[in-house]
Design a protein around this ligand. Structure first.
Ligand code: MN
Length: 227
């Protein structure tokens, strides 16, 4: 049997210290997971975090050039810690959640903020604000056996050398085990799934020519040029 159109290889991220790749299945993202970011977006802290997805083929592996997207005049960066699952499951208890993690990366949840805002106002899905070509720059993966399971550590982003985001993983509203427990209650998780764990405060726009440099201490860094 053969396919009637050409098939594509699964999107993948390099794994630090090896020639191996981490194949990506789905990209989940947590929204509003740092209190100061919830407030800067004008929302209420009483609402719990929530999830959305990006298309896996919107990954920009290892950063590099991020083409300014179409139909927007307000593209924002959101620096995030990324969890890479090595094991899947349903209704995973937070007590066992860390066993499901292969490793970690750092990524950006690039957002067409103007389109997202229009969709919010209309009560429509955020899709066009969040899931577009190259919308998910992501660094190489570092295995948990190498970096451990970070639950604190500086998360930061500079634009053209100027610090724009600077916070700590310990400010997450839902920590990683809680996130996996909640998410696995909604979806059956599988090896290859990534979870972008939300961004701290300081989000803002970039324009063509800008250089972004972000990282999470103890996990990794990423560099992106907006072109
Ligand atoms: Mn985000």
């Amino acid at each position: 049997m053969s396919y009637v159109i050409a098939t594509e290889e699964r999107p993948a991220l390099p794994v630090r210290g090896s020639n191996d790749l981490f194949p990506v299945r789905r990209v989940y993202c947590v929204g509003r997971n740092y209190a100061a970011h919830v407030l800067e977006m004008g929302h209420d802290l009483k609402e719990p975090p929530f999830f959305f997805q990006k298309n896996p083929d919107s990954l920009l592996a290892s950063g590099g050039e991020f083409p300014y997207p179409s139909k927007t005049n307000n593209v924002h960066f959101e620096m995030e810690l990324v969890v890479a699952l090595g094991k899947g499951g349903k209704d995973i208890d937070q007590k066992n959640a860390l066993e499901h993690i292969y490793g970690y990366a750092v990524g950006l949840d690039m957002t067409r903020r103007d389109l997202q805002g229009e969709m919010k106002k209309l009560g429509r899905p955020w899709e066009i604000g969040k899931s577009f070509d190259h919308a998910a720059p992501c660094s190489e993966i570092v295995s948990a056996s190498e970096c451990g399971h970070p639950n604190k550590g500086r998360i930061w982003l500079t634009v053209n050398g100027e610090t724009r985001q600077d916070s700590d993983l310990d400010k997450m509203i839902w920590n990683i085990p809680e996130t996996i427990e909640y998410l696995s209650g909604l979806f059956t998780l599988a090896p290859g799934d990534l979870i972008f764990t939300g961004t701290p405060e300081g989000v803002g726009p970039v324009v063509a020519g800008d250089q972004m440099h972000g990282g999470v201490d103890g996990v990794g860094e990423i560099k992106i040029s907006v072109v």
